[in-house]
Design a protein around this ligand. Structure first.
Ligand SMILES: Nc1ncnc2c1ncn2[C@@H]1O[C@H](COP(=O)(O)OP(=O)(O)O)[C@@H](O)[C@H]1O
Ligand code: SF4
Ligand SMILES: [Mg+2]
Length: 369
């Protein structure tokens, strides 16, 4: 049995504007010592899904199960969850000040965290806090222990937050955009630190990011989310070299390169949809260069791809066509073209519902003049 097994997780919020379908039918599992990357643009449900698992989404309607060490976390009371959060499941966020209180000394906060969960005296806890700051690479840790968070640089604060998340030896670490606010060099150091800690302690890590490049080196498996739903799932290498879903390919092509600064190679056109008013059929259809008529009406289910049970994708394109490169693209374009009649996509392009200029171009070329 996996350390954490999430099945059919759905999370909705009732708001004045309507029902927010933040997460729909998400399933995944993670074992000890493994890293799962959850990737998608802002608003795709990455944070809500993991926060729901640890009981941090109040007022949400939640269905599904999240079995952790044999118990369904979604059925636990807030009191029971408090013994899991922090102690068993550590959390790291984009903004260290969401975990580190600006008005208290860093060391004191780690010490209090340890003493809140474990019966040990102040001196022992202080020793542990010092060890932790050293472990995460804070120079002159004995002196920095009594600093306030604002006396730390951004990278050092992130390290301190990791120290705090590790204070109780969690078996699972949820890192939600842990490096987004940091520059590229510090980002690499933090990723490196997390990898080292993982190999030392066997901690499982869920790494949440909008940047597929961040999980490129460290994830075992990658789940790609779009508009609240998992759209592709596979091991890291497969996701990078043999992707099936056009959104995954778009994310790979838009990974920032270090060559020539942080220029984006090829951003995905358009914006993610509102999860209150999702597009019909495939949610990605207004932005997809391969959109076919059925994509406008039929929701694609997650299916096995290229005969592999461990590679799944929610897209109507042939499950045999995977990978990147001009040849596959050409075959997919031909397939998409064959499934566009006079109504459907042609009409959606004409009315501007579909934003892809690529499709508009190919349709202009293929239409008789
Ligand atoms: N408490 C809430 N009430 C209503 N909507 C929410 C709430 N929390 C998050 N959402 C919405 O749920 C969607 C998913 O959010 P989130 O998981 O934070 O996205 P991500 O982490 O992928 O950027 C967004 O549309 C967000 O606005
Ligand atoms: S081809 Fe269709 S189903 Fe696949 S991602 Fe594009 S719009 Fe969605
Ligand atoms: Mg988020």
């Amino acid at each position: 049995m996996s350390l954490l097994e999430v099945r059919n997780l759905s999370v909705t919020f009732s708001t004045e504007d309507g029902l927010v379908k933040a997460v729909q039918d998400m399933s995944f599992s993670i074992d000890s010592g493994e890293t799962l990357g959850i990737v998608g643009e802002s608003g795709s449900g990455k944070s809500v899904s993991t926060q729901t698992i640890v009981g941090l989404t109040r007022g949400a309607r939640v269905t599904g199960t999240a079995t952790f060490e044999g118990r369904d976390l979604l059925t636990l009371s807030q009191d029971q969850l408090r013994t899991v959060r922090g102690a068993k499941i550590g959390m790291i966020f984009q903004d260290p000040l969401s975990s580190l209180h600006p008005h208290y000394r860093v060391g004191w906060q780690i010490i209090e965290m340890i003493r809140a969960h474990e019966d040990c005296d102040k001196k022992v806890a202080r020793g542990r806090a010092l060890e932790l700051l050293k472990l995460v690479g804070i120079p002159q840790a004995d002196r920095r222990l009594d600093d306030y968070p604002h006396q730390f640089s951004g990278g050092m604060r992130q390290r301190a937050m990791i120290a705090m998340a590790l204070a109780l030896n969690p078996v699972l670490l949820v890192a939600d955009e842990p490096t987004t606010a940091l520059d590229v060099t510090v980002q690499a150091q933090i990723i490196d630190l997390m990898q080292r800690l993982q190999s030392e302690f066997g901690t499982a890590i869920i790494m949440i990011t909008h940047d597929l490049g961040v999980v490129a080196d460290i994830a075992n498996d990658v789940m790609v989310m779009y508009a609240g739903k998992p759209v592709e799932f596979a091991d890291r290498r497969t996701v990078y070299y043999q992707p099936h879903h056009p959104y995954t390919k778009g994310l790979i092509e838009s990974i920032p390169t270090t060559v020539g600064g942080r220029e984006r190679l090829k951003p995905i056109q358009g914006q993610p949809p509102s999860v209150i008013n999702l597009p019909t059929g495939c949610s990605f259809h207004p932005r997809c260069p391969y959109v076919m008529d059925r994509c406008l009406t039929d929701v694609p289910p997650l299916r096995d791809v290229a005969g592999s049970e461990s590679h799944r994708s929610a897209c109507w394109l042939s499950v045999e066509e995977i990978g990147r490169g001009a040849e596959v693209d050409a075959r997919r374009e031909a397939e998409a073209e064959a499934w566009r009649a006079d109504g459907g996509v042609a009409e959606a392009v004409a009315t501007g519902e579909i934003e892809g200029t690529f499709i508009a171009d190919t349709m202009a070329e293929s239409s008789p003049s």
